[in-house]
Design a protein around this ligand. Structure first.
Ligand code: ATP
Length: 144
């Protein structure tokens, strides 16, 4: 079984989704580096994550400086700025990050992300809808 402390995670983009990931990863004993371009978000994450830094990850030099290629899994949770989301993903794959997971907005965005090598594409609302529908159909819900 995987030991969470053995894995190094980085989360880029600390909106509701990224922040929630950081909190759960930390809670379960994993090492997590939290990154955002916005200082307010980073200050909030500093209480949760192992380490929190202010950085623009769509910048090639920044990706190199942060040594993100050493991490086991990097999550790109940048939302509205699709350009930054795509560029960050591209740079992470370029420096050789083995596993890059990315939050996507819509189908065209997903297509681009899979072309540039995203290892997993997450669409929180769609994915959660599927999970909740399965929960609704779970027999145990009706056993009371
Ligand atoms: P959520 O639904 O998770 O709340 P969202 O989809 O509304 O988020 P945004 O708030 O647009 O997404 O983005 C998430 C975070 O990503 C923001 O805190 C934003 O500051 C950060 N971010 C945007 N561009 C960059 C970048 N180039 N490098 C690092 N972080 C970035």
């Amino acid at each position: 079984k995987m030991n969470p402390e053995d894995k190094q995670f980085a989360v880029i983009g600390l909106g509701r989704f990224g922040m929630s990931l950081c909190a759960e990863l930390s809670e379960r004993g994993a090492q997590v580096l939290a990154i955002d371009i916005n200082e307010t978000c980073v200050r909030q994450a500093a209480d949760i994550a192992t380490q929190a830094v202010v950085a623009d990850c769509s910048n090639e030099a920044t990706i190199a400086e942060l040594k993100l290629d050493d991490y086991d899994l990097v999550m790109v949770a940048i939302g509205d700025d699709i350009n930054a989301n795509i560029l960050t993903t591209l740079l992470l794959k370029d420096v050789g990050v083995k596993t890059v997971w990315v939050k996507a907005k819509d189908t065209p965005h997903c297509k681009i992300l899979s072309k540039i090598g995203a290892d997993k594409i997450i669409r929180p609302e769609l994915d959660m809808g599927i999970r909740i529908a399965r929960n609704m159909l779970d027999k145990r819900v009706f056993e009371f």
